[in-house]
Structure formats: C-alpha cells, structure tokens
Ligand binder design. Structure first.
Ligand SMILES: [Zn+2]
Ligand SMILES: [Zn+2]
Length: 152
C-alpha cells in the first residue's frame, strides 16, 4: 500500500485519524453508545465492498480487498480499519478500546489481555512508566530522609 499511496490520500487519513481516535476515547471512557455511533459513522463514510485480488504474475496469491477495484489507498485502508474495529466491538465490547496511560505517548490500543487489564499501548510505555514511578518514589524517600537529617 505504501507504494500506491498518493498526496490526496493524506487529508483523508488525517480526518479519519481524529475520528478513529474518538472511537478509542469513547470506549476507554466507558461511553459505549458513543463508540458505537462513531464507528457507525466510519462504516458509512468508508463502506466495504469485499473482493478477491491477486498481484503476482507467477501464480495466484489470492487475498481479500475490502473496496472495489481502483479505490484509493485511503478508502481501502479505512474501510478495513472501520470494519475490523466494528467486528471487534461487537465481539469483545467497547471497554477493550484503550488510550495509553503514559501521557507522553497517547497512542491507542486494543486490549487483548485475558482479563481486560491493559493500560499501556506497548511494553516500552509500560516499562518507561514503571521506571518513572519507581524513580519518583525513590526521590520522595530521599527527600524525606534529607528533611529528617536536617531535622525538619
Ligand atoms: Zn492486494
Ligand atoms: Zn504508549
């Protein structure tokens, strides 16, 4: 897809980026009906039209495309994204949509953990956040003992 993307796909992606994010923010905040309304909007804006396609000259590599032949990369990508998220929501519920708890990150994620307890988009954010919390606790302890030594 990266080879086929063109300039006019960019504004479409940027607009949709905000809309996709709204789905995750609504789900993460427990606003179930809002997440559904946002997704229904996306499904309407980026409708799917399934089609089997192949690109190899030396034999079939059949796979599914979700828009009609000649559709833009943004239309194909966003139809797939909206459809995938909609199926996910119906299957697992909107509470599985999350926004990374590391405020310097802000990425969104789908919680695939068995007990729906994920808070970060990645291991990297989880580790960074835990290290930062550990340092803050350590610094607080050091500050406290410094005050004790100073007799405050
Ligand atoms: Zn293809
Ligand atoms: Zn993150």
């Amino acid at each position: 897809m990266a080879d086929e993307v063109v300039e006019k796909d960019l504004p479409v992606f940027r607009r949709a980026q905000r809309k996709l994010r709204d789905v995750f923010e609504a789900g993460a905040a427990g606003r179930d009906a809002d997440a559904v309304a946002e997704l229904n909007g996306l499904l309407e804006a980026y409708p799917i039209q399934p089609r089997i396609s192949g690109h190899k000259d030396d034999g079939p590599d059949w796979h599914m495309h979700v828009t009609s032949r000649g559709s833009s990369v943004s239309a194909e990508y966003l139809a797939g994204a909206a459809w995938g998220l909609a199926v996910w929501l119906c299957e697992f519920g909107s509470a599985r949509f999350g926004v990374c708890a590391d405020e310097r990150c802000g990425n969104v994620y789908l919680d695939t953990s068995s007990n729906n307890c994920r808070r970060f988009c990645s291991e990297r954010c989880a580790t960074r956040s835990h290290v930062a919390a550990h340092r803050a606790r350590k610094k607080a302890a050091v500050d406290e003992s410094a005050l004790a030594v100073a007799g405050v």
